[in-house]
Write a protein that binds this ligand. Sequence first.
Ligand code: ARG
Length: 461
Amino acid sequence: MTEQKTWSQRFESALHPAIARFNASIGFDIELIEYDLTGSVAHAQMLAHTGIISESEGEQLVAGLEQIRQEYRQESFHPGIDAEDVHFAVERRLTEIVGDVGKKLHTARSRNDQVGTDTRLYLRDQIEQIRVQVREFQGVLLDLASDNVETIIPGYTHLQRAQPVSLAHHLLAYFEMAQRDWERLGEVYRRTNISPLGCGALAGTTFPIDRHYTASLLNFGDVYANSLDGVSDRDFAIEFLCAASLIAVHLSRLSEEVILWASEEFAFVKLKDSCATGSSIMPQKKNPDVPELVRGKAGRIFGHLQAMLVLMKGLPLAYNKDLQEDKEALFDAVKTVKASLEAMTILLKEGLEFRQERLAQAVASDFSNATDVADYLAARGVPFREAYNLVGKVVRTCLATGKLLYDLSLEEWRELHPAIDEDIYEAIAPHQVVAARNSYGGTGFEQVRKALDFARSQMTG
Ligand code: ARG
């Protein structure tokens, strides 16, 4: 191939090979190629539409760009490091295909508005895909919750047994988090979906372009109002990384719970063979690798968010080459969040089984019904704080004698307080303890059923 200089004739000698490698982004921004082609097609059509180039030139450019798309899809387009980046690679190949008219494509455009356009088109697509995945994850949570409204699980604060809750209530807490994630991604989408195309290098262009035309061809919701802002804004990427980080936080919290639940100490869930791995040395082990990896991968996503914030904080307007560093962070965060969502969805769907007998045993063998005795007394006129102190005393006696609250005789209860009756036993049974928390948003079964219905209705949005 004849040596074709990428930049103007101002340069007398070629780049040092190591510097060329250092400078090049083609190794990773090839990921943007389909978006680059789509953006360029719209730009070429706009150039023809406004009369900046002729109709026939516009058609030749579009045909050439579509040919490159085919070549790429057939895996016969392999630009090397000398192309520097995906934008140059496409323009160079276009000129090979259509001849000199290819050199007209870059009229009234810069790589700065071009790369901004590509990145937004890419992220827009990815956000849509991730939202679908969040919905799938929510669907699995809903199915699992529907099956477990009356399954009771210990509820914790400070990782100490606190009050029993419906397992569905617990799972629906994650549904709510995922719902916010889904909504948040929608917000990020709105601010990602703005066209910088036509902002030029930084100041706009001398050509009579039509930015709204390209924006509408590319289905952008709006155009950047300020060219300097348009080429240098990466807020949308940071916002996405925030949204991805929160998804990762939520998945990681759930992972942590699954890991605990799968331990012998809790033994609330059994991991199925399809989603667990063994140890190379300890034959008895079954490891929760999936949730552990999801928990671990969260760190990568937070790292990309941090990197992106630091990348931006000192940048003067407008474009600076530092911005080339946005891509790997974004690409890796996208891949990581998608892989984590997929893995957790599979894990919940078919990788674990709640051990009903263990859960029933767990909630029947602790003092997580102590609040209910206090509530029982308070409902019979004993001031809550006084009732609380009385129950504390009885729990202490029980602990000393190895008894549970259920084990106390009616006489013993009456000694504690004469207002206590036979119905105390029902009041402190796990099922009733859960059912009684019928306040809005609480774990009472009636509330949980309503919450499930509402959650289902949100899935259609
Ligand atoms: N590869 C570059 C990037 O990713 C494209 C934009 C280059 N612009 C420039 N003025 N050098 O940011």
